[in-house]
Design a protein around this ligand. Structure first.
Ligand code: SF4
Length: 318
């Protein structure tokens, strides 16, 4: 913060970001200044008393888990009996270190809906579900979904039914329609283009869950301007809203990833209209489905083939 205050561009709202400063100074010079600042600090002043540390630690203790047997077999039987439930368990639940428990992600991305939106009634419901099933704990994720962190496996079916009945049961976590979108021009004064309508069109276009399962893991992120609040550059497919001679338009980026093998997406080509972009992405997906090797995720196919075949597909009819 001190280095930023001294050298950063607080005088210019468009340049008031630490990434701008890192680029201006260079990575090494920036690191040198930060490290020198750390070295000059008297850090003993910031050491917390042991009782304060203990009090903080106590707030992060594990919930009062029940001693349960592993519920995987019973859950598998429920999944065999209800295919829709099985699909949801496959995409939206995650292992837990405590036997008999799991965590689950509630998707706030219904088909054709606004990514990350929830009504007041849905938020009340999620709070009640957290109280009833997850030790009063829920978390909002940067993927714009909600996680119930500690749920008994033998309660999953009940919870799923409640979620289904209230528009929160979409089985798409980690799939194509689990889109991150910033508020864009609908709500943000810095935007070049609207992020939400194009997200809704893509969500409706790929609503078929069987198709999404077939496509597999794919992250699609949308930002309404270069400030990148929707992390478009980190999406396997990214969409960036730009201003093209006074009209809203969209650039597609390809190859971004936030995994251990993180990478920044590269711009495919010139910007297109909203509908052209949706069609281009459909052709990019088709190219992946035709060209992928068995078991290969979208990002892996992109890396193996490079951008060329996807670019050809994207601009095939534009
Ligand atoms: S990326 Fe741009 S349009 Fe989207 S919320 Fe951030 S500043 Fe606003």
């Amino acid at each position: 913060m001190r280095i930023y205050n001294e050298y950063g561009r607080r005088d210019n709202m468009y340049k008031a970001r630490i990434k701008i400063l890192v680029q201006a100074l260079g990575r090494e010079a920036f690191l040198e200044k930060v490290n020198a600042e750390f070295a000059a600090m008297d850090r003993s002043r910031y050491r917390l008393p042991a009782e304060v540390v203990d009090a903080i630690r106590a707030r992060f203790g594990a919930p009062a888990f029940e001693t349960l047997a592993d519920g995987s077999e019973a859950l598998a039987a429920q999944c065999r009996a209800d295919r829709e439930f099985a699909v949801w368990v496959g995409t939206n639940t995650h292992p837990h270190k405590q036997p008999g428990y799991c965590s689950l992600t509630v998707s706030c991305k219904p088909a054709g809906g606004i990514p990350g939106d929830a009504t007041a009634e849905q938020m009340d419901l999620l709070a009640d579900l957290a109280d009833q099933y997850s030790f009063g704990e829920l978390r909002i994720t940067h993927m714009q979904n909600v996680v119930l962190g500690h749920v008994r496996q033998d309660r999953l079916f009940d919870i799923w039914q409640v979620l289904q009945a209230n528009g929160l049961g979409t089985a798409n976590v980690g799939l194509l329609t689990d889109i991150i979108a910033c508020p864009g021009l609908d709500y943000c004064s810095l935007a070049n283009a609207r992020s939400i309508p194009i997200a809704q069109k893509l969500s409706a276009r790929f609503a078929d869950n069987t198709l999404q399962q077939e496509i597999g893991q794919l992250r699609l992120n949308i930002s309404g301007c270069i400030n990148a609040c929707g992390h478009h550059h980190a999406g396997n497919i990214g969409i960036l809203g730009v201003d093209k001679r006074g009209e809203e338009a969209f650039q597609i980026t390809l190859g971004g990833s936030t995994g251990d093998d993180a990478s920044v997406g590269q711009i495919l080509g010139s910007a297109m209209s909203e509908d052209e972009t949706v069609d281009a992405i459909a052709r990019i997906i088709d190219t992946y489905l035709v060209r992928r090797n068995p078991g290969e995720r979208f990002i892996e196919t992109c890396r193996r083939l490079g951008a060329a075949p996807f670019k050809d597909a994207a601009y095939a009819t534009v």
